[in-house]
Design a binder for this molecule. Structure first.
Ligand code: CTP
Length: 402
């Protein structure tokens, strides 16, 4: 069987590290299982660092750097349509600002704007620039519209400078490229069960007690696992997101329904992720709508702790991932207590003070993972967090994922 043809655009913007993209190009040409045709679009300023002839020689394709060459072929539209993937490496502060503002005043920005392909952005610049609030705001916005951002490395820069902003190790970029092209199938054969959303506990036929969970984190885990080849079942409580393609979705409403469903399913799965916000208590529900005059207090009874009951009868070769949404300064301490009390292998703690993180595309928190080191997470997408958790789960299952 011949390997699939792919068209990749490598956009190179003005930064000293542009020369590192020559190696990236070579590594893209050697991606196993595919034969990519790679088109380089250098910006004018990047040509001060690496010239057009070198890009043509290395890529084996003509290099376009001008909107006004071959105008009859409308180069930005024809390149944009053909592309399966666009990588911008290094991405300068200027180019990031252009993409975030939808500008299209050179061939690269116009092509990026005209393309619906997956886009991977590799920021590389001086630490002061990278950490500048304007650059960070632009990067966060680009992530919300679907750009995959590869975090820069920390290390030596040009001259004596040192800090966060270095062109990352190629393996980090290639990891994202393989994922984006569906070539990272390291969860093939692994069965992942994810609970997502927030339960609703009936007060009467009209009213319920609910919570603010949107289901985004659980669905991001399901999507990431599917993208990596896993077979995925979602037990979904009151989520209004589309079903991830290829997943099996079981809909539930209350904690009791979720408990019944997960108890029946869990033993058949390798990885169980409790991302759902489960109500800790339920009202003594009335079959009839309660009249206003009688609606003065709600009697509650405790719900089961689903995770604790599942881990009580778990197999040793399963991996359980828990979440803990906490508020206030004691939050992390409480999360550590839950981590051991609930028998989870991994726990993601996030501080949801003031309603933060619910419904948002980003997350910040701490991954607790004994005996491996814990990891602080700052403003990454829920999809990226999903991949980090799945990487660790895979490691616990005894697979390597480099
Ligand atoms: N969880 C569960 N069953 C419950 C409550 C929570 O399985 N009845 C799971 C959640 O899905 C999550 C983890 O336990 O993975 C921690 O949930 P959290 O609400 O933070 O903890 P609680 O045990 O409810 O503790 P508290 O509300 O006292 O903070």
């Amino acid at each position: 069987m011949s390997s699939p043809e792919l068209s990749i655009i490598l956009g190179v913007t003005g930064g000293v590290s542009a020369y590192k993209s020559c190696d990236l190009l070579r590594r893209l040409q050697e991606l196993p299982g595919v034969t990519p045709s790679i088109h380089i679009i250098p910006t004018r300023s990047s040509l001060n660092f690496v010239g057009k002839s070198l890009w043509e020689a290395l890529s084996g394709n003509p290099v376009h750097d001008d909107m006004w060459q071959n105008t009859y072929a409308v180069p930005h539209i024809s390149l944009a349509r053909k592309a399966d993937l666009i990588i911008i490496a290094p991405a300068s502060a200027e180019s990031i600002s252009k993409f975030a503002h939808g500008r299209a005043d050179d061939l690269l920005s116009a092509t990026v704007l005209a393309s619906t392909a997956t886009k991977i952005l590799v920021p590389a610049m001086h630490p002061e620039m990278y950490q500048n609030a304007a650059v960070q705001k632009n990067l966060q916005y680009l992530e919300t519209i679907g750009f995959i951002i590869v975090q820069p490395d920390e290390g030596r820069m040009t001259g004596e400078d040192y800090g966060l902003g270095r062109y990352p190790e190629l393996s980090k970029i290639l990891h994202e490229v393989r994922r984006a092209l569906g070539l990272q199938r390291d969860l093939t054969g692994v069965k992942v069960l994810v609970s997502a959303g927030g339960t609703r506990e009936s007060i009467d036929p009209v009213r319920f007690i609910g919570n603010r969970s949107s289901g985004k984190q659980g669905y991001a885990i399901a999507q990431a696992a599917l993208d990596r080849g896993a077979s995925v079942t979602i037990v979904s409580a009151n989520v209004s997101l589309p079903d991830p393609r290829g997943s099996r979705v079981i809909r539930v409403e209350s904690a009791d329904e979720m408990h019944t469903s997960l108890s029946a399913e869990a033993a058949n799965f390798d990885v169980v992720v409790m991302a759902a916000a489960v109500a800790d208590a339920k009202p003594m529900a009335s079959n009839e709508k309660i009249a206003k005059a009688d609606f003065t207090r709600i009697e509650l009874q405790r719900n089961p702790d689903i995770l604790a009951t599942l881990t009580a009868s778990r197999r040793a070769d399963q991996v359980f991932i828990a979440f803990a949404a906490q508020t206030g300064s004691t939050g992390l301490g409480r999360a550590v207590e839950k981590y051991s009390a609930k028998g989870a292998d991994l726990l993601y703690f996030n501080d949801v003070s003031g309603g933060a993180i619910f419904g948002e595309p980003f997350t910040s928190g701490v991954i607790l993972d004994e005996p491996s080191p814990s990891e602080e997470i700052s403003q990454i997408s829920k999809y990226e967090l999903a991949n980090k958790l799945l990487d660790r789960a895979l490691h616990k299952l005894g697979f390597s994922n480099d």
